[in-house]
Design a protein around this ligand. Structure first.
Ligand code: SF4
Ligand code: SF4
Length: 351
């Protein structure tokens, strides 16, 4: 669900190396939790208080700042780990799982072999560098030893993308960006599927609303209607990804999405359908017919098209997760775009 135009907060590898020399670790989940939680939680009592038995930290795999395509104005985007949609065209496959597998960026690696000291024998050099993630315990020691990696720095040779922290700590980290983006911007919960971590998502939304920050939630519409009902009071805008079909065998989700839209429209939340430009899926006539039926039924007149992500295969290469569909040709993308343009929708495209 990420867009190329988002300027991610994570640092460049070079800057990261500098920081690595200045302090032992940044971004470690426990470090963040211990340093930030107390101060913030005593300052603000969340409007949403989760059941203590349900209380949990939040798992995220990235934060994007100054995004102009994830809701109105300039947005701070929190990418939640974990997804249930299983789209073939997913370009963040490492976000689907409960925790991201170890990412290996061959372009940043200098082949020094220091990660070979992993006691679980994840890294082998026979003769090229191979990474057997099935053996990985996510201890992070190879990142400590690698001269081209820093914890929580995207673009490092080795990267454990999932960070766990308290919601209060997360909010404290994003708050300065929300102040910079001003009243016209806000915070967008993306992923993955943010509401799969329901307690954490609702707590973050509640903290934002307590500060008067505009909130948007990106969703596939494939969670229980009750989850949407619970979140609705804290959501100003739903970025609704129309997954009328998803997955390897393309199960249809029209009926469930219809029920969720019915629920959301009844509580008068603003809904912006977002449709990815995926040739062979979203230019199928039965799919278009289903989309139009839903758009008409709920008077959803404005539709946002998400362009094909040119870096679609990046995280497949880095995570070792097999690609499910080959990248489409430019002609196929253009043909899909034209088909949508012919539909007489109030259409715009994210750049
Ligand atoms: S994170 Fe730990 S277990 Fe996984 S490859 Fe690195 S050193 Fe080995
Ligand atoms: S320690 Fe880092 S730079 Fe060295 S081989 Fe391993 S991944 Fe590459």
């Amino acid at each position: 669900m990420k867009n190329n135009d988002v300027i991610c907060w994570v640092l460049s590898p070079e800057f990261g190396m500098l920081i690595k020399r200045c302090r032992n670790r940044i971004g470690d989940a426990n470090h963040l939790k211990n340093s930030n939680t107390t101060a913030l939680s005593t300052m603000h009592t969340p409007l949403y208080t989760s059941d203590p038995r349900d209380s949990e930290d939040v798992r995220i795999f990235d934060i994007g700042v100054f995004s102009k395509c994830d809701g109105p104005g300039v947005r701070t985007v929190v990418y939640f780990q974990g997804c249930n949609a299983d789209c073939d065209w997913c370009h963040s496959p490492h976000s689907r799982l409960h925790r991201s597998p170890l990412l290996y960026n061959v372009n940043a690696c200098i082949g020094c072999g220091r990660c070979g000291s992993c006691e679980n024998a994840v890294h082998s050099f026979t003769p090229t560098h191979r990474v057997d993630r099935s053996l990985c315990k996510r201890c992070g020691m190879c990142i400590e030893r690698c001269p081209r990696s820093t914890h929580n720095v995207k673009g490092s040779a080795l990267h454990l993308a999932t960070t766990t922290m308290s919601v209060a700590s997360l909010f404290e980290q994003i708050a300065p960006y929300t102040r910079l983006s001003g009243a016209s911007g806000g915070v967008t919960l993306s992923g993955g599927e943010a509401l799969l971590q329901r307690s954490a998502a609702l707590e973050l939304l509640s903290l934002c609303k307590q500060r008067g920050i505009h909130t948007a939630v990106e969703t596939s519409g494939l969670l229980p209607t009750e989850t949407y009902r619970a979140a609705a009071p804290w959501v100003d805008l739903w970025l609704f990804g129309m997954r009328v079909i998803t997955g390897e065998n393309h199960p249809r989700h029209d009926t469930h999405i219809d029920a969720v839209l019915s629920e959301l429209s009844s509580v008068s939340a603003r809904i912006l359908p977002r449709i990815p430009l995926i040739p062979t899926f979203f230019d199928r006539e039965d799919v278009i017919e289903s989309l139009l039926r839903l758009l008409n039924r709920y008077n959803l007149e404005e539709v946002c098209l998400n362009p094909w992500n040119r870096d679609y295969d990046l995280f497949y290469k880095q995570s070792g997760i097999p690609l499910r569909m080959p990248p489409p040709t430019d002609d196929a993308i253009e043909s899909c775009r034209k088909r949508f343009a012919s539909l007489n929708l109030n259409l715009y495209e994210n750049n």
